[in-house]
Design a protein around this ligand. Structure first.
Ligand SMILES: Cc1ncc(COP(=O)(O)O)c(C=O)c1O
Ligand SMILES: N[C@@H](CCSC[C@H](N)C(=O)O)C(=O)O
Length: 450
């Protein structure tokens, strides 16, 4: 095999300084740093997070091990005066949802958690804290639905939205003013997997304007890997559709905070608009949360293997488990794992489409965080609600492929991906093995040998 040409992104794994916590396996290969302890044993948690996910404190009158689904819209009252019974109507509260919310508050290190009907529902509830004329500072690489909602609010509700490069904490700081009501962050970003320094941004936002709320979308990591409230966020939300439930069988959203007044305002909106999570979905989300640790462990191990496989064959891979990630150290200074979403580029949208369509084990689907693996082209799918011009301005490559890794056998996933790469013409197979096609350089990769 000829010496590989320089990588198209200029990244050189060898040139990167080792992370201070670098570990090696028995063969001397680098391993990701040891995760930080999974749970500070303070606040509401007594055990490590993997234990707390399973251990629930709620009591059922019959000692049921799994919280019953209180499938009731209304609740009988003892008198006509109202107010004495704990529940009156499921939009306002339901025992299954309460059980879930208390559990979520514990694992999110929050005083209060609220469960709603989707991740976007959660963001909608949070943004109702804003008033016309308020300014929001947010990223230039955002989940498409978030971009869509903010754009709607800017056009119709008098909210001023500034999109800045949130990987540059100074750029965010420069934008903060006394009109900044909210700083909305995602890390890692979806789908460019950029890392945002929550702690530094939160500090400058609060120093410059004590009223500005720092809101973090933690969907890409889940409370298993990051607790934004511990590092300066005022509100954290996530799509429970993803890792928290883990099986793509429900839509859900979760909001958590520590401030009682904010919690009450969020609850007011949920009760007023009726977007609280249904009893049945609360049950399913509760069931999913219990296996979060074990799912995440397997998903991350698979994602790491696949990221290394692709990178070792010259593809530009974006994954914070790789030392070549330009913000590797920043990510590991905040998070306890790299998650299970990665993206890579081929240099040609048509080739990317062929790869995606040739995969069998990888379902062509939006979403992530589920037990089964998914493949997608964000520009055409999850982020299609960002118009092409804006995508170009934000340097979102049209050829980018996103892999959302599940719990299957890693070798099966790699074999299927290899086959799809070959079938798509991204590589060719000769008698003596796999070789790059003649257009390797055009495709922005080194020759592939497997
Ligand atoms: C980062 C991120 N935040 C929020 C959402 C919204 O979640 P949901 O689909 O549950 O509304 C999604 C995906 O949909 C997402 O990827
Ligand atoms: N058609 C949907 C697309 C949902 S994308 C889901 C998920 N966040 C992802 O990133 O894959 C829409 O219009 O919102």
């Amino acid at each position: 095999m000829t010496a590989p040409p320089p990588r198209p992104n200029g990244n050189s794994a060898a040139a990167k300084p080792s992370h201070p916590l670098t570990r090696v396996d028995v063969d001397g290969h680098d391993l990701p740093p040891s995760p930080a302890p999974s749970s500070p044993r303070n606040g509401r948690r007594r055990y490590a997070l993997a234990t707390e996910l399973v251990y629930t404190e709620g009591k059922d009158q019959y000692g049921a091990s799994s919280i019953p689904i209180y499938q009731s819209a209304t609740f009988k009252q003892m008198t006509a005066h109202g107010g004495q019974a704990e529940y009156d109507y499921t939009r306002s509260g339901n025992p299954t949802r309460t059980h879930l919310e208390r559990h979520l508050a514990k694992i999110m290190n929050a005083n209060r958690a609220l469960a709603v009907s989707s991740g976007m529902g959660a963001l909608d509830v949070i943004t109702r804290l804003l008033r016309p004329g308020d300014e929001v500072i947010t990223g230039d690489d955002l989940y498409g639905g978030t971009h869509r909602l903010l754009t709607y609010m800017a056009a119709n509700q008098g909210i001023i939205v500034h999109h800045v490069d949130t990987t540059n904490a100074d750029a965010v700081k420069a934008r903060i003013s006394d009109k900044t009501a909210m700083v909305l962050l995602e890390t890692p970003t979806n789908p460019l997997i950029k890392i945002v320094d929550i702690q530094t941004i939160a500090r400058s936002a609060h120093d410059a304007n004590s009223k500005s709320l720092v809101v973090v979308d933690n969907t890409m990591l889940s409370p298993m890997l990051l607790n934004p409230l511990d590092i300066g966020a005022d509100i954290v939300y996530e799509s429970g559709t993803k890792y928290l439930s883990g099986h793509h069988d429900i839509m859900a959203g979760v909001i958590a905070c520590n401030d009682t007044e904010i919690g009450n305002k969020l609850f007011f909106t949920i009760n007023s608009t009726g977007c609280g999570l249904s009893p049945n979905d609360s049950f399913l989300l509760m069931r999913g949360v219990k296996t979060l640790a074990i799912r995440m462990e397997k998903q991350q191990a698979n994602a790491q293997a696949i990221a290394e496989f692709l990178e070792s064959h010259g593809f530009r891979v974006r994954y914070p488990g790789l030392k070549s990630h330009p913000q590797y150290d920043l990510h590991w200074s905040m998070a306890r794992g790299a998650g299970a979403v990665l993206s890579f580029e081929t240099g040609d949208p048509a080739v990317s489409q062929k790869i995606v369509e040739a995969a069998r084990l990888w379902a062509i689907s939006v979403s992530f965080g589920c037990v089964n693996s998914l493949i997608s082209m964000p520009c055409q799918m999850s982020h299609a609600s960002i118009d092409a011009k804006t995508r170009r301005e934000r340097q979102m490559p049209e050829d980018i492929i996103r892999l959302c890794v599940g719990i299957e056998d890693a070798n099966d996933l790699i074999d299927d991906l290899s086959r799809a790469l070959v079938q798509a013409g991204a590589v060719t197979v000769n008698l003596d093995g796999f070789h790059a096609t003649g257009t390797a350089e055009e495709l922005g990769r080194t020759p592939l040998t497997i």
